[in-house]
Design a protein around this ligand. Structure first.
Ligand SMILES: Cc1cc2nc3c(=O)[nH]c(=O)nc-3n(C[C@H](O)[C@H](O)[C@H](O)COP(=O)(O)O)c2cc1C
Length: 133
C-alpha cells in the first residue's frame, strides 16, 4: 500500500469517526490541509498529524471558529495538484500555500472544490482532477 493510500484510509476513517471534514491537497512536494470540526477533534487530529514522522516542517496557518463548514460533505478529500486544474482557476496559477495568507488558502480550497465537483469538467476531461474520496 502506498503512503498516500495509507494516509487517505486513515484520515477518512478517523475523520468520519471524529466528525471532521476538509480537504488535503498535494503539490510541489507540499501538502495543504483544511480541517473542520469541533475544537477538541481538530486539536487531537493536529497533534496526531504533527507527530507523524512521515512529514516535517508542519506549519499551522490559521485556527478559528467558523459559522459553517465549507467541506461538510468531505470526510477528507485528497487532491493532487495538476497544471491543467491550476489553469482552470481564476485566482491561482501556482500552488504555494506557504506564501499564502490563511484567506488565500481557504479561497484556494473553495475554488479547487468547485472545479473538482464540476460534473461538466469531470465528464469531459476525467484526468483533470485527481481526487479520491
Ligand atoms: C499530510 C497528512 C495529512 C494527514 N491528515 C490526517 C487527517 O486528516 N486525519 C487523520 O486522522 N490522520 C491524518 N494523517 C495521518 C496521521 O498523521 C496519523 O498517521 C494517523 O492519524 C494515525 O491514525 P491512528 O491513530 O488511527 O493510527 C495525515 C498524515 C499526513 C502526512
Amino acid at each position: 500500500m502506498s503512503e498516500f493510500t495509507r494516509i487517505r484510509r486513515e484520515s477518512q476513517s478517523n475523520n468520519k469517526r471524529d466528525g471532521l471534514t476538509g480537504i488535503l491537497v498535494f503539490g510541489e512536494g507540499e501538502f495543504m490541509q483544511i480541517l473542520e470540526g469541533t475544537r477538541n477533534a481538530i486539536s487531537s487530529a493536529f497533534s496526531r498529524i504533527s507527530s507523524d514522522p512521515m512529514h516535517s516542517n508542519i506549519m499551522l496557518i490559521h485556527f478559528s471558529e467558523c459559522s459553517e463548514r465549507l467541506f461538510g460533505d468531505w470526510a477528507m478529500r485528497h487532491l493532487t495538484i495538476r497544471t491543467e486544474v491550476l489553469e482552470q482557476m481564476t485566482n491561482f496559477q501556482e500552488f504555494e500555500p506557504r506564501c499564502w495568507s490563511s484567506q488565500e488558502c481557504i479561497a484556494f480550497g473553495i475554488e479547487y472544490k468547485a472545479i473538482a465537483t464540476s460534473s461538466v469538467l469531470q465528464a469531459s476531461k476525467p484526468s483533470l482532477v485527481s481526487a479520491v474520496e
